[in-house]
Design a protein around this ligand. Structure first.
Ligand code: PGA
Length: 251
């Protein structure tokens, strides 16, 4: 069954004390969410934040990235094995900031997806186009390529564990949200692509989140779209009140 999910991506923000305070504050504000709530702090905070989340039903821990190799001489990197061992259930893979600043290509992302699944974690696979691609009206083809290379090598049973996050790059951290119609158009196009590859039943079960300047004001409208199954939230996940309001907007 398709799940509604709101995931908070803290990016490179919050010290341990700040993260614990934020988590306690939003846990107090959220009663019974309509779907899953996922929180992705930075690596050193995972265990502490995970313990707080675990005490509550429907709350789950995510990492913001992992390395594609199983283990070995990769100084400074973190493996899927380690992430699973500290309680991660989800891993964000292919965020546009990773693609842009760390040159992560779709082929590497496919390998990251594989190691996460092999360790029993669910990838939140990010896709989305930059502004020139949107303006040239080639965004659907651009995202299709990201999905084909990064995800569509998976067998159906593994694909069923994946969450897709559509995040138009021009909307991330810019305050410029995609309109609900733009989000719905792309989410529908993604579902059609999934249906072509894995069939309609799988496509209908796949959670597709929207990300990019989603906030407490626009979440209800965005999430009310039939193919928008929640959101991947950056800036607004750093404020307990805003994040709680977005969680409450799940349909
Ligand atoms: P934003 O970030 O909500 O701050 O735009 C979204 C994301 O990068 O996942």
């Amino acid at each position: 069954m398709r799940q509604q999910i709101v995931a908070g991506n803290w990016k490179m923000n919050k010290t341990l004390d700040e993260g614990v305070e934020l988590t306690k504050a939003f846990l107090e504000k959220v009663e019974n969410p309509n779907g899953l709530v996922v929180v992705a702090p930075t690596f050193p905070l995972l265990r502490d934040i995970g313990k707080l989340l675990k005490a509550r039903k429907s709350f789950h821990l995510a990492a913001q990235n992992c390395h594609q190799e199983e283990k070995g001489a990769f100084t400074g990197e973190v493996s899927a094995d380690v992430l699973a061992s500290v309680g991660c259930e989800f891993v964000i893979i292919g965020h546009s900031e990773r693609r842009q600043h760390f040159k992560e290509r779709n082929e590497i992302l496919a390998a990251k997806v594989n190691v996460c699944l092999a360790r029993g974690m669910r990838p939140i696979f990010c896709c989305g186009e930059p502004l020139p691609i949107r303006e040239a009206d080639t965004h659907v083809g651009f995202v299709a390529k990201q999905l084909k290379t990064g995800l569509f090598h998976l067998k159906e049973a593994d694909f069923r564990k994946v969450v897709i996050a559509y995040e138009p790059i021009w909307a991330i951290g810019t305050g410029r949200t995609a309109s609900s119609a733009q989000a719905q158009e792309m989410h529908h196009a993604i579902r059609v692509l999934v249906a072509k590859k894995y069939g309609k039943v799988v496509a209908d079960d796949t959670s597709i989140l929207y990300g990019g300047s989603c906030n407490a004001q626009n979440a209800v409208e965005l999430f009310s779209q039939p193919d928008v199954d929640g959101g991947l939230i950056g800036g607004a996940s750093l404020k307990a009140e805003d994040f709680a309001a977005i969680v409450a907007a799940m349909k």
